[in-house]
Design a protein around this ligand. Structure first.
Ligand code: 3HC
Ligand code: NAI
Length: 718
């Protein structure tokens, strides 16, 4: 709702009250309308200030209300009422003015912001556009290029930048509400003719067409199939080409189009999913609200290769003291240089404070004796990791958390090497660790709740989204990747090319297709794992070469590795590159010839494979594994999986994540298509729909937020 008070006799103050971000719920909108009428009708009131409770102006429309039937006064008439007021209205912006919150501020005649406030139009990230006049007012106020930038990217600006752009009139380091009251008194009685933004002509730069063409190209490049950014451009175009009232009609049409789209539903689901994962729970009943994190001041990183370097940077930037240990001298000196470079780039590009002095390097593991938490990032080798954990257990002071960055090895086996297995968890970062936002926190059967809570909180402090997952081979992300990759290999055997498979996946919205990703991360990584699993056998032909443990297996990746084709690092993989380390993937005629030869050797006849089959086999196999993970209790809910896939594996955000996507396709349809492919490929167990998926499909494809009710029933019944 909105509170009304009178300040200094002549200023009517409207205070938005809807914790935590004063979102514009039906009650808040009703309150604003009622209080505006009151302020306008009281003769003693000469001016009005609008502010938000608890130091936050307004976080925009109330997203929680989007799914329900609209009630209360709509936003557009509300902002028109404010702009048309005969008394000056001043917005006192503290904390945030986002989306509808900024539109509310733009309908006021003046805007005073606190220096720490941030402003922006983040609607695009929710699959929307600013739909309460934002696309029509902002270009009139700050010009077309700047408005396009803010509206299509959704980026937040500081109060200082907002002042520079002309969005706010004054910035203060003092109390912004007091400043707004003073300001409101100073403009009492002044003409408001030049203060109503909707009456401004929209600036028309001479190169207008080129500006819009560039904006469209830019959003096409970065949107990966998301429709909101392009629609935002169209709405701003309307501001330039149409009179205000017509422009508003166009904004409404475009907003409705987006509002009812599946993409907006997916993005809004994702918004809440990303917040829901912090309310974690584990299979044995530990929970976020009953587990207290331990204090951590000083941390250690063991192994300064690709991952250890990024983790060191992340820790130092988050303010932790770090002991960075690397046993190989050459690696240590290279790591020092690399870490310094990353810190300097972070400071230059993102304004992160330089944190060189937070890091102490050592070539001896003894240096970790006084730390509170250790993150091990040595080679992915169980025997080596076991030795390191035994050493750590002997050297560290009692009560120290021992964490591993393993990509998929058994946490419990590592924990069993220590004196306190309850202090062991996985902290699975993603490469590059100082950039990627995802952290899988992997709890073993013996990890204590407070250790999980500490790792989750550490991730948050490092600016990551932490997701708690159970211990199994590959955890959540890499476990689901296996059937996805497997299908991609089988498709090559059956007649597809890497380019074809990648194109389908990229059109779906993945940043990169599966084969390009494989070339980027290195084919040798998976090869080593398959070798240690005993899957890689000496070259042989015939059906047995493609069977392991009774199931279909494709040795294609192994064969490429045997020929030294490790991907980008060797200049050859599923594609060719101009040199080792090259980045631009080009189709490789050698690979096509090799595939033909391989098929001939193994008695396979290439067939035409269409877009639908590529997509369904790759994605539904991955999704099926996701349901198996839920069934096994490795992830607590579908949101956990979706956040992992969007933040760690390039799943397009506007499709919500694999589990949300499955719900949108229809779980019964996913089951039907999996069964169809399973009949054709009975030797691929990953295509057999799992019981949870079947059960949910049979119970009428319930909405995703209802899945937990089914999942929480005793798993043995599934
Ligand atoms: N509506 C409803 N709930 C909201 C909300 C909103 N606009 N914005 C935030 N919340 C909720 C969050 O879901 C979270 O709830 P929880 O505690 O139950 O999980 C709580 O507020 C706190 O949010 P965060 O955890 O994200 O807190 P932060 O301090 O990290 O961030 C924020 C605050 C920057 C405001 C961030 O929440 C945010 O970006 N919110 C979305 C803002 C937005 O997109 N506004 C545009 C809405 S669409 C619109 O206005 C349409 C209009 O043009 C017509
Ligand atoms: P890497 O090979 O780049 O680096 C490993 C480093 O550990 C080397 O510098 C090595 O000298 C050092 N080392 C080995 N034994 C040591 C010891 N006893 N004490 C101190 N240092 C020692 O490996 P990378 O890629 O950084 O991987 C590390 C871990 O992170 C692995 O478990 C891997 O599975 C995991 N991981 C890797 C990802 C990636 O994309 N590279 C992503 C996520 C996890």
């Amino acid at each position: 709702m909105a509170l009304y008070s009178r300040v200094s006799g002549s200023v009517g103050m409207i205070t938005l009250q809807n914790p935590p971000v004063n979102a514009l719920s039906a009650a808040v909108r009703q309150g604003i309308v009622d209080m505006m009428h009151r302020a306008l009708s009281e003769p003693e009131v000469k001016s009005v200030v609008i502010c938000g409770q608890n130091g936050k102006f307004c976080g925009g429309a109330d997203i929680r209300e989007f799914g329900a039937k609209m009630t209360g006064p709509p936003l557009v008439p509300m902002v028109h009422l404010i702009e048309a007021a005969s008394k000056p209205v001043v917005a006192a912006i503290e904390g945030i003015a986002l989306g509808g919150g900024l539109e509310l501020a733009l309908s006021c005649h003046y805007r005073i912001a606190h220096s720490k406030a941030t402003l922006g139009f983040p609607e695009v990230a929710l699959g929307l556009l600013p739909g309460a006049g934002g696309t029509q007012r902002l270009p009139r106020l700050i010009g077309v290029p700047a408005a396009l930038d803010l509206i299509t990217t959704g980026r937040h600006v500081t109060a200082a930048e907002a002042r520079q752009l002309g969005i706010v009139d004054e910035v203060t380091d003092l109390n912004a509400v007091d400043a707004a009251v003073k300001f409101a008194q100073s403009v009492t009685g002044k003409s408001l003719d030049a203060r109503r933004i909707s009456t401004y002509p929209c600036p028309r730069p001479p190169d207008l067409d080129a500006i819009f063409e560039r904006a469209m190209q830019q959003v096409r490049r970065s949107a990966r199939g998301a429709i909101a950014p392009g629609t935002c451009v169209q709405a701003v175009h309307a501001a330039v080409t149409l009179p205000y009232a017509k422009g508003m009609e166009r904004e409404r049409e475009l907003f409705s189009l987006l509002f009812t789209s599946g993409q907006a539903r997916a993005l809004q689901y994702y918004f809440f999913a990303q917040r829901a994962v912090s309310r974690w729970s584990t299979a044995n009943g530990a929970r976020w609200d009953t587990s207290k994190p331990r204090p951590v001041r000083k941390a250690a990183v063991i192994g300064l290769g690709t991952m250890g370097r990024g983790i060191t940077v992340s820790l130092a930037q988050a303010g932790f003291s770090v002991v960075a240990v690397e046993t190989q001298e050459q690696q240590l000196s290279e790591a020092k240089q690399a870490v310094s470079g990353m810190l300097e780039r972070g400071a230059k590009r993102r304004g992160v404070p330089l944190a060189h002095d937070k890091i102490k390097y050592s070539c001896s593991v003894q240096a970790v004796a006084d730390v509170d938490l250790v993150i091990e990032a040595v080679f992915e080798d169980m025997a080596l990791k076991k030795t390191v954990f035994q050493q750590l257990s002997a050297i560290c002071k009692p009560g120290v958390l021992l964490c591993t960055n393993t990509s998929g090895l058994d946490i419990d086996e590592l924990a069993s090497q220590t004196q306190s297995p309850e202090l062991v968890v996985g902290m699975h970062f993603f490469a590059p660790a100082h950039v990627m936002q995802l952290l899988e926190v992997v709890y073993g059967p013996r990890s204590s709740p407070e250790v999980v809570a500490t790792a989750m909180q550490m991730g948050k402090k490092m600016g990551k989204v932490s997701v708690a997952v159970g211990n199994c081979r590959g955890f959540v992300g890499n476990r689901m990747l296996k059937p996805y990759l497997e299908q991609a290999f089988f498709l090559l055997e059956e007649g597809a090319t890497p380019e074809q498979v990648d194109q389908v996946l990229e059109e779906f919205g993945f940043a990169m297709g599966v084969f390009k990703v494989s070339d980027l991360s290195g084919l040798d990584v998976g090869w080593k794992v398959r070798k240690s699993d005993g899957l890689v056998s000496p070259a042989s032909t015939g059906t047995s070469a493609r069977i392991r443990g009774g199931s279909r297996y494709s040795p294609l990746g192994d064969l490429l590795c045997e020929r030294g084709r490790f991907g980008q690092k060797t200049g050859r993989g599923w594609y060719q590159y101009d040199k080792p380390g090259g980045r631009v993937a080009k189709p490789d005629p050698w690979l096509h010839g090799f595939l033909e030869e391989y098929r001939a050797q193994h008695g396979l006849v290439a067939r035409h494979i269409d877009h639908q089959e590529v997509l369904e086999r790759c994605l539904y196999a991955l999704i099926n594994e996701g349901f198996q993970i839920l069934q096994d209790g490795i992830a607590a809910g579908p949101e956990d999986i979706d956040v992992i896939y969007v933040l760690g594996y390039g799943w397009p955000r506007h499709r919500g994540g694999p589990m949300f996507y499955a719900g949108q396709v229809g779980l019964d349809k996913v089951v039907e298509r999996l069964e169809h492919y399973q009949q054709i490929h009975p030797d691929v167990p990953g295509l057999q729909p799992c019981s949870l998926l079947r059960k949910l499909a049979a119970s009428g494809n319930p909405a995703i937020h209802k899945w937990r009710e089914v999942i929480q029933k005793p798993r043995s019944q599934l």
